[in-house]
Design a protein around this ligand. Sequence first.
Ligand code: HEC
Length: 198
Amino acid sequence: MKKIIFYAFCLTAIILFTNCKDKNSVSLNQNEQYKTIDTLQEIIERGAYLVNSIGCDDCHSPKKMTPQGPIPDLDRRFSGHPSDEPLYTIDKNNIGPGKWILMNNSLTTFVGPWGVSYGANLTPHETGIGNWTFDNFKTALREGKYKGLKDQRMLLPPMPWQNFKNLTDSDLRAMFEFFKTVKPIKNIVPSPIPPNDL
Ligand code: HEC
């Protein structure tokens, strides 16, 4: 009887050991797949793919008007609301809760119950995000903080940072690396206007 128990014990030990070994070797193999380190070029391409698909141009690139509607002006891509473009007259009777939200033709100025907000300069110029660290970028996109600094104000609508907060670190890193490669454009985007100052 003792022998049977002993053999049963040995068998269980062998099964457990083999299983562990199997699992380890499977995960090692999987790790091996992920061991390939992307080159910077591949990371930038992934960033371009994400930025293009998510549509950061919509509010961050000035537009050219075409018969089909506004398209991004690639010469000024991601430079934000042009500082020399005036704020057109706003009829205050049309805005406020339950009324209209306005946009200019470039889709870089937005008027609503929050006042006036302007699409930011995302180019790697110092007037854009040229001096930003990756941590600043992450804080802006994940926590909706102006300049990517935790002690700054919340970003205003319609910046949809709530949609971006679940992007992985590696996706955000890829997007940041991509923005570093676009043409740096000097453009100091105007400060937002609070609703009472309109
Ligand atoms: C629907 C319009 C819209 C879209 C789409 C959009 N943004 Fe924005 N974004 C804004 C506006 C407006 C602001 C300025 C908000 C403010 O001043 O508080 C802003 C601000 C920012 C800021 C902060 C800049 C600063 O100086 O603090 C970053 C970074 C940013 N956006 C990145 C992105 C990225 C990256 C994408 C695409 C993944 C994107 N945005 C898509 C409208 C948009």
